[in-house]
Write a protein that binds this ligand. Structure first.
Ligand code: NCD
Ligand code: ZN
Length: 344
């Protein structure tokens, strides 16, 4: 196949950051996707509709592209009130709440310390239909970093679902066969996003020939058997699985450090990397469902009407992108050749 035309995709999980970084990365996302669910883990986090209104304005300025629609999320804290949930639902542009367990990942110190503290907010979400997006990892120091997702399912997600059976939940950036199986065995109110890195890389990529900080993200890459399970889920066409890049830019200095940040920047070639993964599975015919249909269907939004075309033209991903500050941003697959190119 030389060309592939699909309905314009959406990104159901992206970090656009703020200021200089926002100005650099947001146009990449807007160029590929019609809509994107924007994560609220700024410093300080986007915890209220008022802060989200201000942030969405900064995003719209940064992308300068009328075709692109940012969909906003609020950062759930121990103190999020039911009133804030009602305001969010009424706002029409806030589409979800994001649960970060406190300390789980980048800028999550304001995260939830005990999910039971959020009962009032969760009840209001269940009532209004606003989904909860979960970073599905426990942070207890005694839990092995590779087991954090599985333990989260047992200790947090299952009890949460039992207490709020109608709550819509997106299990974000799933990384294990356990998560795939869990999602498949639950009702239609539970969906999951999958990133390009978890489809294309296993945990060996973090250690190939030396320590590779640009392949470090959270949840951390897992064993090959888990990658295979994710590939099967994504390419099955099953409505519960949809595209969420988790593109999470950090400057080169913050990645190549004695304590490097978690996050992989993938917005520069996201749909091309997904196409690469689907092609490896001989499943390019399933890309459109995963990238363009299952997400809006889950969120109860209309599907996009325009299309994009991918062409099988190899190109070399840049080693880095310059930022206005003089710093640089290293993209996923830096310096590597990729076979697909978004041409319009
Ligand atoms: C994200 C970030 O940098 O904001 N990092 C990451 O590794 N994915 C946070 C997150 O989604 O965990
Ligand atoms: Zn994320």
């Amino acid at each position: 196949m030389k060309q592939l035309q699909i309905t314009r995709p959406d990104d159901w999980h992206v970090h656009l950051r703020d200021n200089d970084m926002l100005n650099h990365v947001a146009p990449f996302t807007a160029q590929q996707f019609a809509r994107a669910i924007v994560m609220p883990n700024l410093q300080p986090p986007v915890t209220t509709v008022k802060l989200a209104v201000e942030y969405v304005d900064r995003i719209i300025n940064a992308v300068n592209n009328d075709r692109f629609e940012p969909l906003m999320t609020l950062y759930l804290t121990d103190d999020t009130s039911a009133e804030e949930i009602i305001l969010a639902e009424k706002s029409c542009f806030v589409k979800a709440l994001k649960l970060y367990p406190a300390g789980a990942t980048t800028n999550s110190s304001a995260g939830v310390t005990d999910i039971r503290k959020c009962d009032a907010a969760l009840a209001a979400m269940e009532e209004t239909g606003l989904p909860l997006l979960v970073h599905g990892e426990v942070t207890a120091p005694e839990v092995d970093v590779f087991d954090r997702e599985k333990v989260f399912i047992d200790q947090v997600l299952m009890p949460l679902m039992n207490r709020f059976p109608k709550l819509k939940i997106v299990f974000e950036h799933i990384t294990t066969a356990d998560a795939v199986e869990f999602v498949l065995n639950t009702g239609l109110n539970i969906g999951a996003t999958i990133t390009p890195q978890h489809l294309l890389l296993n945990r060996n990529a973090i250690f190939k020939g030396g320590l590779r900080p640009h392949n470090y993200c959270l949840p951390v890459l897992k064993r090959e058997q888990h990658r295979q399970a994710l590939l099967h889920a994504a390419t099955s066409g099953h409505r519960k699985f949809f595209l969420g890049t988790d593109s999470a830019p950090h400057t080169r200095d913050n990645k190549e450090s004695g304590c490097g940040c978690a996050g992989i920047f993938s917005a520069h070639a996201a749909i091309e990397m997904y196409a690469t993964a689907f092609e490896q599975q001989n499943a390019l015919d399933k890309l459109e469902a995963f990238a363009s249909f299952n997400g809006p269907d889950f969120y109860g939004l209309s599907r996009n009407t325009e299309t994009v075309t991918l062409e099988r033209t190899p190109w070399v991903i840049p080693d880095d992108y310059p930022l206005a500050s003089g710093e640089t941003l290293v993209p996923m697959m830096a310096g590597e050749t990729i076979n697909w190119k978004l041409i319009q």
